[in-house]
Design a protein around this ligand. Structure first.
Ligand code: GLA
Length: 337
C-alpha cells in the first residue's frame, strides 16, 4: 500500500492512501494561520481494514442504503449483502472503501493531485457489470479539494459514488461538532423509515429542524422531539439540493466553525447531500493520537444521488448503461473568517 502527500502553495496538506482512497489527514489554517488536521481517522492503516465507520473513504458502488439488499434492472433481480440490519449500505462488505486503488500523480495549472482507479468486476458485491472507476483528487491553490468521479460499465448497473470524510473544523480531536454553523441549499429532504430507507416522500424543510436555508447552529435543534431526528439519533438524512439545472456544479453547503473561524463550502453536481452528524460514533473508535471519537465528533456531507434510488423510480436515476459515462464533481473549499 502507498501513501501520497499533496501540498498547495498556501501550506494546505492532504495525505491520501491508495487503500480505499482514504484521506488520512487534511491540514488547513484557521483565522490566525494555525494549521490543524480537520478530518477524523486512524494512525495505523490496518485500523481501516475492518470496523472503520468509513472515515475519509471513497464509497461505492452505491453510497448509502439500498432497501432489503436488492433491486431489479430490466426485469432481473440482483441480491446484495445486508450489511446494515436488513439493508445494504455503502456498497456492501468489501466496498470501494476496502479496495486498493491504482494511483497516478497529476499536476496542472494551479493544482496538484492524484488519480485513483479501480475495476469493480461483474458480480462483485452482487452488482452487475464490469465497472471501471476513476476518481481524481485535486488540491488547488484556491484551497479547494476537488473530487472528479468517472465510471463506465459493460452491462447496465447502478452507481452512486461519494466521499465519506468526517470533518471537525476545530480539529479532528476537538470534541463535538454541535457548535458548527451550517447552511444547506435545500428546500426539501427525503424522510426515512426507522431503518433509514427513504419513504419516497420529498418533504419541505419549512418550519422544521431540517431547515438550514439560513445558517443554523447544528446543535440547536438536533435533539428536538422530531420522529425523523429520533430515528436517526440526529441528522442522517438526504437533502434535496436546489438546482438551477440538473448536473450544475452549485453550492450545496457552507460550514462555519466560530472558534477557529474555519469555513468549508461544498459544491456539487449531484442532486443530493447526506448530512450525517456522526451519531453512530460512540467512543469505541480510537483514532489518531489516541482520540476516542465520541458521538457527533465529526460531520459528513456526502454528495450523492438519493438513497435507495434503484427501488424508487421517482428519484433521479442511478442507472448506468454501456456507452454512457458516469460523471460527478464535488468541491470542498476551505477558508476562514
Ligand atoms: C452514512 C449513513 C449513516 C452511517 C454512516 C456510517 O452517513 O447514512 O447512517 O451508516 O454512513 O456510519
Amino acid at each position: 500500500m502507498k501513501e501520497f502527500t499533496l501540498k498547495n502553495e498556501n501550506g494546505i496538506e492532504m495525505v491520501v492512501s491508495d487503500f480505499g482512497g482514504i484521506v488520512r489527514q487534511l491540514r488547513v489554517p484557521d483565522r490566525d494561520g494555525r494549521f490543524d488536521d480537520v478530518v477524523l481517522g486512524f494512525d495505523a492503516i490496518e485500523s481501516y481494514f475492518d470496523g472503520s465507520p468509513y472515515f475519509g473513504a471513497l464509497v461505492g458502488r452505491y453510497g448509502n442504503r439500498i432497501a432489503k439488499g436488492g433491486f431489479s434492472l430490466d426485469g432481473r433481480a440482483y441480491t446484495l449483502a445486508k450489511n446494515n440490519g436488513e439493508n445494504h449500505l455503502h456498497g456492501g462488505i468489501q466496498g470501494f472503501d476496502k479496495q486498493v486503488w491504482k494511483t497516478e500523480r497529476i499536476e496542472g495549472e494551479g493544482f496538484t493531485g492524484l488519480v485513483l482507479k479501480y475495476r469493480s468486476e461483474d458480480g462483485e458485491e452482487g452488482y452487475p457489470g464490469n465497472l471501471d472507476v476513476a476518481v481524481a483528487y485535486k488540491l488547488t491553490n484556491a484551497n479547494e479539494w476537488i473530487i472528479e468521479y468517472k465510471a463506465v460499465v459493460d452491462q447496465s448497473t447502478v452507481v452512486n459514488l461519494t466521499q465519506h470524510a468526517y470533518f471537525n473544523l476545530r480539529g479532528h480531536s476537538a470534541g463535538d461538532i454541535l457548535g458548527h454553523e451550517l447552511v444547506l441549499e435545500a428546500d426539501g429532504f427525503t424522510p426515512t423509515d426507522d431503518t433509514l430507507i427513504p419513504t419516497g416522500e420529498i418533504r419541505s424543510v419549512e418550519g422544521s429542524p431540517f431547515d438550514f436555508r439560513t445558517s443554523c447552529v447544528i446543535g440547536e435543534r438536533i435533539d428536538d422531539a422530531d420522529t425523523q431526528l429520533e430515528q436517526a439519533g440526529g441528522y442522517d438524512h438526504n437533502f434535496v439540493l436546489n438546482k438551477s439545472s440538473s448536473g450544475a456544479l452549485e453550492r450545496a453547503a457552507l460550514v462555519y466553525e466560530p472558534e477557529s473561524g474555519r469555513t468549508m463550502e461544498v459544491l456539487t453536481t449531484e442532486p443530493g447531500v447526506q448530512f450525517y452528524s456522526g451519531n453512530f460514533l460512540d467512543g469505541s473508535a480510537i483514532g489518531k493520537r489516541g482520540t476516542a471519537y465520541a458521538s457527533r465528533s465529526g460531520l459528513c456531507l456526502e454528495t450523492q444521488h438519493f438513497p435507495d434510488s434503484p427501488n424508487q423510480p421517482q428519484f433521479p436515476s442511478t442507472r448506468l448503461d454501456p456507452g454512457d459515462v458516469y460523471v460527478s464533481t464535488t468541491v470542498y473549499r476551505f477558508g476562514s473568517r
